[in-house]
Write a protein that binds this ligand. Structure first.
Ligand code: UDX
Length: 461
């Protein structure tokens, strides 16, 4: 099948490479000249495991090409995927300007005599967007140009996106045209998982509902963590116990410092905005956002309760800057937010992330921040360790070596990566999320007496 993918970010570039790997002829399009030049040379604009190899292989086999010329890109395409960004706008909704611009360009690029095409939106867009996309294309295209629109949301996790696309749990295709649905079913026919065929609006909603539900699971477990710590229960054990119930599942029940990234925060907010626009107050989503905001403050308050509000003269080793493991992406990273707040209190930071140092430096700068070569370099002379991103390698940190490098003995584990008993046995004061540890005891029970407001000021009861 001849395919054109417009937008070469996480979704578009991975999509283009995987479609080509399935034997299709794919053209990737982007307006960013530098990005396209880079990709053509086999250098990836993002860190994504397996992506450079897959892109190079398909370029060499002549199944994958790239261009900055959209007209050229869609020329022979039977299916055109729109994979451009839909960042959060200033009202909390989705900024659709890139989608509108691409729809307009597609319309203008079509010719009357062209064969029938399906234009598919993979970008995350609010309910009703695809109907507008169809109207824009129709207005810009020559009379008689044959096309239909469809929605085919992606469910890719950064760091695992190739695997997620190749072994997806389900494929959702929404269209009001049976010809479009047939074409997309053909593209995905080799997949073993279910294909959900539906109308345009329901497909658009599935994407937001899925992300908002996963975010709800995270905020639920984070709020439960607050309770577990006060009640001296262990949230990880509780999550494991809950997770064996197939109706609940263990995934996305890891308590931590909150969710970040380019999807969850903006998608929850956009769904809330859609809801408000429809005159419905989605109370649960409001709570999900509030809890997420609070979780970062809860973590910071643990550090402040040990060192005081004024962190001048305190050096903190921050392990992890990416919004999660296996990525160099720091968009909406809670790790970065926490680092900023700690620096704002006067702390000097020694930070390390296996992949995100460069992207983090671009937003965090180097004022009071030293970018370490590895986790042990970050620990040198620091008063405490703050674990902020769930990179697997931090689980295996050599605690004996760590103890010798630190000048202090506190570990604030914002992702519950370490085994508390091991850290305590090594002489650390260990602070986790949702667990009663020697760190909680060390604070002489004050954990139970601290309330946090949304701005993060801790106030004693
Ligand atoms: C998400 C969705 O999972 C994916 O289906 C969608 O298409 C895009 O958005 P991604 O943004 O790559 O993917 O990250 P994800 O792995 O879902 O994690 C999001 C955030 O939640 C991260 O900050 C992560 O640290 C946090 N998280 C995740 C938790 O705090 N606890 C968990 O149990 C799981």
């Amino acid at each position: 099948m001849n395919i054109c993918v417009i937008g070469t970010g996480y979704v578009g570039l991975v999509g283009a490479a995987v479609f080509a790997g399935w034997g299709n002829k794919v053209v990737g399009v982007d307006i960013d000249v530098n990005k396209i030049a880079m990709i053509k040379k086999g250098r990836m604009p993002i860190f994504e495991p397996g992506l450079p190899q897959l892109v190079k292989k398909n370029i060499n086999e002549k199944k994958l090409t790239f261009t900055t010329n959209l007209k050229e890109g869609i020329k022979d395409a039977e299916v055109v995927f729109i994979c451009v960004g839909t960042p959060q706008d200033k009202f909390g909704g989705a900024d659709l300007s890139a989608v509108w611009a691409v729809a307009q360009a597609i319309g203008k690029g079509m010719k009357e005599k062209d064969p029938y095409r399906v234009i598919v939106t993979k970008s995350t867009v609010p309910v009703g967007t695809n109907e507008e996309v169809a109207a824009i294309i129709k207005a810009a295209a020559p009379k008689g140009a044959r096309f239909d629109v469809a929605s085919n949301p992606e469910f890719l996790r950064e760091g695992y996106s190739i695997e997620d696309m190749q072994n997806t749990d389900r494929t959702v295709i929404g269209s009001n045209s049976s010809a479009a649905l047939k074409k997309l079913k053909e593209l995905y026919s080799h997949l073993k998982s279910p294909i959900v065929e539906c109308d345009l609006r329901s497909a658009e909603m599935v994407k937001y509902a899925s992300n908002a539900f996963l975010a709800t699971k995270i905020s639920f477990i984070n709020e439960l963590a607050q309770l577990c710590e006060r009640a001296k229960a262990d949230v990880s054990v509780v999550a494991a116990g809950m997770g064996f119930d197939k109706r609940i599942g263990r995934a996305f029940l890891n308590a931590g410092i909150g969710f970040g990234g380019s999807c969850f925060p903006k998608d929850v907010s956009a769904l809330f905005k859609t809801s408000t626009d429809q005159d419905y107050d989605f109370k649960l989503l409001r709570g999900v956002m509030e809890v997420n905001d609070m979780q970062k403050d809860y973590f910071v308050s643990k550090v402040l309760r040990v060192f005081g509000d004024n962190l001048h003269g305190v050096t903190l080793a921050c392990l992890g800057l990416a919004f999660k493991e296996n990525t160099d992406d720091v968009r909406e990273s809670v790790a970065i937010r926490v680092a900023r707040v700690l620096r704002g209190h006067g702390a000097a930071l020694r930070v390390y992330d296996p992949e995100a140092a460069a992207t983090a430096k671009a937003v965090l700068g180097d004022n009071q921040v030293y970018y370490a070569k590895d986790e042990y370099d970050a620990l040198k002379g620091a008063n405490a360790i703050c674990i902020l991103t769930e990179w697997n390698r931090f689980r295996n940190i050599d605690l004996g070596k760590a103890k010798n490098l630190l000048t202090g003995n506190h570990i604030f584990d914002g992702r519950n990566l370490l085994v508390g008993k091991d850290a305590e046995a090594r002489g650390f004061v260990y602070h986790a999320v949702g667990k009663w540890t020697n760190g909680s005891e060390d604070l002489n029970g004050t954990t139970r007496g601290v309330l946090l407001n949304r701005k993060g000021n801790g106030s004693k009861r």
